[in-house]
Design a protein around this ligand. Structure first.
Ligand code: NAG
Ligand code: NAG
Ligand code: NAG
Ligand code: NAG
Length: 676
């Protein structure tokens, strides 16, 4: 029988007993753990997985594998039990991220995993894949819509992915009769205890959570009946994974005990290490039923010696505290407290100036409608970033501004370029983004040699951007209108995934298409007719631009090409003409030759025309676009008729029958921001 216990407390003690092996009783210290990422263990036994550095991962796994299956026993998973005490201290009072997970993994080094919502366990490619063989219990403090999180304070059971099989808001059922469910705040900074227990016979996994002042509740928070045998291998490693993103928390493990085939030993609550920076006044509860008399005598003696010292100390602390409060008061006057609450990462102008070598021309990556983009390397961390420098309307209220930044900064999706932080300096706004080594898509479409992208890559880029835009329009708590979708705003990351950049920017900048102003944000050729007329951007004007973008990628040419022969100047019109002639495929990029998938190409061209329909009402919504692209839905049968119904003279179009036949040429240059 395998029997083992790991306790991380004031010191690490690992007891390891194999009845059949010579290692009968095994004790060692920190060597028992394999630490990865930012994880560290200090001499007091405090085990910090991540601190409040942005976008980090902390890993700690038991250094040796444990046998989870007994092959002589039909290969079913053996019962196991673990309990641990954790504390999550958010950087700001209410905002922190992203969470902590207890992980059973086939490897003690989870490599190539991502931070933020991936919790350091998975990456965008392997998340959800059954070949991962990972079972985890997540304590998640950020609501992620991609993974269908129920809220930003939940416990979930994850198998091979991050869409929890079962999840519940943090809390516990008190043992006393009639007491109602008690909510807990995972990122309160208070230590809490978790029990994870699996019964190999009933195939039941229970997860229980409670504050450490409360004994283990009888009812688990989560109970899942599922055979873990397909998910787990025979030998597995147990440990923890945590991550921070744009939002950060310090994640601590204060104690841990694990046992195979039995009940995990209770953790000695009197020996928990202290969490730095938080008052620890009498947090530790008395353990009921344990004799405390002898202990108390010793304590009295200790007190007698310590009291005079404490007197002195208190005096010192008071003086120091008063000084600190005075300083803080001055500080908070400058920075209103809501800024603390939102917690956007604010960079110092000096740091960004240093990172970009004083915004040197040589570091210039590109010029966009909103401003210039520079390459930068952050001085201390050596992280490569892209810094966007935009003119900023200083009249915009600070509160509104920070709310806006916080919104953009919290958007997380594999197909969106992440905003890491900002800096407001005089009339200028500096936005710090992830650096995308492969640059923007237009370089691939129009750079030399032409036709660098094959069909598969082009189709994937279209699907990627559709997925990012779907998230902005329909999956995030607020509807985010992009306002400037075009090839030069699509960036290619190192794995050749396409990511949409510059979202939400319009609202922050002078150029913003405010309904009150007559200025239109956008780029020639991507502007929907009604947007040109009314100046009002909405999701369907984004759809128009996205339709043009799809055509651009497939046809390998810009939406408006002045040098082309007259019938080809406007891309939409040209593709439409090809459709009418019954040969829509004629419009495809010549560079592709015959190397494309006919059905996919036809789908994208037709969908492009449908999205760029002159009438807003005819355009689909993003969730439908994603379904069409993924082959989960068929385009309507009368699609050609719908697309062809673009005769503006017909009265049935009512208001939309404005005398604009070709959207892209009605816009005068001064109204549009030029492409990069
Ligand atoms: C595996 O199962 C067999 C039969 O049930 C038992 O004799 C043996 O001790 C088990 N081995 C381990 C490592 O649990
Ligand atoms: C799952 O991962 C395996 C191995 O990495 C890979 O071959 C397979 O294609 C992946 N499946 C999916 C659906 O991504
Ligand atoms: C629980 O509630 C019921 C009905 O409200 C009451 O009769 C009973 O005495 C309560 N029990 C306890 C232990 O408070
Ligand atoms: C899980 O919880 C249920 C309900 O309290 C209990 O009956 C069951 O024995 C528990 N199973 C394990 C493996 O702890």
């Amino acid at each position: 029988m395998t029997y083992m216990t790991v306790i991380v407390g004031l010191f690490i003690l690992v007891k390891f007993v194999y009845s059949s092996s010579p290692l009968d009783d095994f004790k060692f210290n920190g060597n028992a753990l394999k630490l990865g990422g930012t994880a560290k263990l200090d001499s007091n036994g405090l085990f910090t997985l991540t601190d409040t550095t942005i976008r980090e991962i902390g890993h700690a796994f038991c250094n040796f594998p444990l046998q989870f299956k007994n092959s002589t026993n039909g290969g079913s998973v053996i019962s196991f039990s673990t309990t641990f005490i954790f504390a999550i201290v958010p950087e700001y009072k209410k905002l922190g991220g992203h969470g902590l997970a207890f992980v059973v993994s086939p490897s003690k080094e989870l490599q190539g995993t991502l931070n933020a919502q991936y919790l350091g366990i998975f990456n965008a490619n392997n998340v959800g894949n059954s070949s991962n063989h990972i079972v985890a219990v997540e304590l998640d403090t950020v609501q992620d819509f991609e993974f269908k999180d129920i809220d930003d304070n939940h416990v979930g059971i994850d198998i091979n992915g991050l869409k929890s099989i079962k999840s519940a808001s943090a809390g516990y059922f008190p043992t006393r009769e009639n007491d109602t469910f008690k909510d807990l705040n995972l990122k309160s900074g208070d230590p809490m205890q978790v029990w994870v227990e699996y019964n190999g016979v009933d195939k039941q996994l229970n997860v229980t959570l409670a504050p450490i002042s409360v004994p283990k509740p009888d009812l688990p928070l989560l109970s899942l009946t599922r055979d873990l045998s397909p998910a787990l291998r025979e030998y597995m490693y147990v440990g923890f994974s945590t991550s921070t993103g744009f939002l950060t928390s310090s994640h601590y493990i204060l104690g841990w005990s694990f046992k195979m085939n039995g009940q995990a030993e209770p953790i000695d609550l009197s020996r928990l290490p202290k969490i730095p920076g938080t008052p620890q006044v009498n947090r530790l509860p008395k353990i009921p039923g344990t004799p405390q008399v002898k202990e108390n005598k010793k304590r009295m003696l200790a007190l007698a010696i310590v009291v005079p010292f404490i007197g002195l100390l208190v005096l010192l602390v008071l003086t120091f505290g008063a000084l600190l409060i005075m300083r803080k008061k001055k500080f908070t006057k400058e920075l209103e407290d809501w800024e603390f609450q939102y917690g956007p990462h604010k960079f110092c102008h000096k740091v960004l100036s240093m990172a970009t070598k004083g915004f040197k021309e040589r570091e210039l990556l590109g010029r966009g409608g909103f401003g210039r983009v520079y390459r930068g390397v952050l001085p201390t961390s050596n992280i490569q970033v892209a810094v966007k420098r935009v003119a900023h309307d200083s009249r915009q209220g600070m509160r509104e501004f920070v709310a806006e930044i916080a919104t953009i900064g919290r958007l997380r999706h594999p197909n969106l370029v992440r905003l890491l932080g900002y800096c407001r300096h005089k009339q200028e706004l500096l936005l710090v983004y992830d650096f995308m080594p492969n640059g923007s898509l237009d370089k691939f479409l129009y750079g030399q040699p032409k036709g660098m992208l094959n069909w598969m890559q082009r189709f994937k880029i279209i699907k990627d951007i559709a997925s990012g835009l779907f998230y902005l329009h329909q999956q995030w708590v607020q509807v985010i209108i992009h306002r400037d979708i075009k090839a030069s705003n699509v960036l290619i990351d190192s794995d050749f995934n396409a990511r949409l950049g510059d979202f939400g920017l319009a609202k922050l900048c002078n150029h913003g298409a405010d309904p009150q102003t007559s200025h239109v944000a956008g780029t020639l050729g991507y502007i929907a007719p009604e947007l040109a007329r009314t100046g009002k951007a909405n999701t369907s004007t984004d759809l128009f631009a996205f339709g043009t973008f799809m055509l651009e990628v497939v046809c390998g040419r810009r939406p408006v090409e002045h040098q082309a022969s007259p019938e080809k100047i406007i891309l939409i019109d040209w593709v439409f003409e090809c459709l009418e002639r019954g040969n829509i495929l004629e419009a495809i990029d010549q560079c592709l030759g015959a190397k494309y998938v006919v059905e996919e190409a036809e789908l994208v061209l037709k969908l492009g025309l449908l999205c760029s329909h002159a009438m807003a009402a005819a355009r689909p919504i993003m969730s439908d676009v994603v379904k069409y692209l993924e082959g989960e839905a068929q385009l309507p049968d009368n699609l050609s008729d719908i697309i062809k119904s673009r005769d503006f003279s017909e009265a049935t179009y009512g208001q939309d029958a404005a005398p604009i036949s070709v959207p892209s040429v009605t816009i005068t240059e001064p109204f549009v921001s030029r492409g990069r």
